[in-house]
Write a protein that binds this ligand. Structure first.
Ligand code: ADP
Length: 165
């Protein structure tokens, strides 16, 4: 781990899944300080409000081991990701990569961000086998259809999902 490195892990987190938290925990072993950036992403028409997504993420982070949680903060943002990273002295953007489905989008985003600010590097963590197939989109779909989302999200998130349908 590099104590001096600050990383930003951005996402919509609508809602946060076990897959996201796997990346958060692993990212925290790579950087000394991790900022989870919850994007307002109004264009994506999220199910949960920005405040709800931040609160859910804060709940998940507080459930991590204390020494790890102490180095992680959760912030919302609604401006350019590279500007958000710079504003927090972060030199690394961390993204999770699932199989091939994420590649093209992530590749383009990393290239555009690098063009916008060459001093912020994007680092990809491969999704773990166990969480490879989890996506917020399918979790919402399964929840909406009355399926058990307990395999994919925490109890707190499951409860919130149940309330929202
Ligand atoms: P965005 O709208 O920015 O893609 P998401 O909340 O969908 O936000 O995802 C945030 C990041 O987490 C992305 O890099 C995405 O590829 C990654 N991610 C999502 N689900 C998983 C998972 N199950 N395992 C690993 N990474 C994931």
């Amino acid at each position: 781990m590099s104590d001096t490195l600050t990383g930003v892990y951005p996402g919509t987190f609508d809602p946060v899944t076990n897959g996201h938290m796997d990346i958060v925990a692993r990212a925290a072993t790579v950087v000394g300080r991790l900022i989870v950036g919850v994007a307002s992403n109004a264009g994506k028409d999220p199910l949960f409000s920005l405040e709800q997504r931040v609160a859910l993420m804060e709940g998940e982070v507080s459930a991590l081991p204390k020494d790890q949680a102490a180095r992680i903060s959760v912030q919302s943002f609604d401006h350019l990701l590279v500007d958000f990273a710079v504003a927090h002295d972060a030199s690394v953007i961390i993204r999770g990569l699932r199989a091939v489905s994420d590649f093209e989008y992530e590749f383009q985003m990393a290239a555009m961000n690098s063009r916008l600010n060459g001093s912020v590097e994007t680092v990809f963590l491969m999704a773990s086998d166990k969480y490879q197939f989890i996506s917020s989109r399918f979790v919402k779909e399964i929840g909406r259809l009355g399926g058990d989302v307990g395999h994919f999200v925490s109890d707190a998130v499951k409860q919130k999902l149940e309330q929202s349908f």
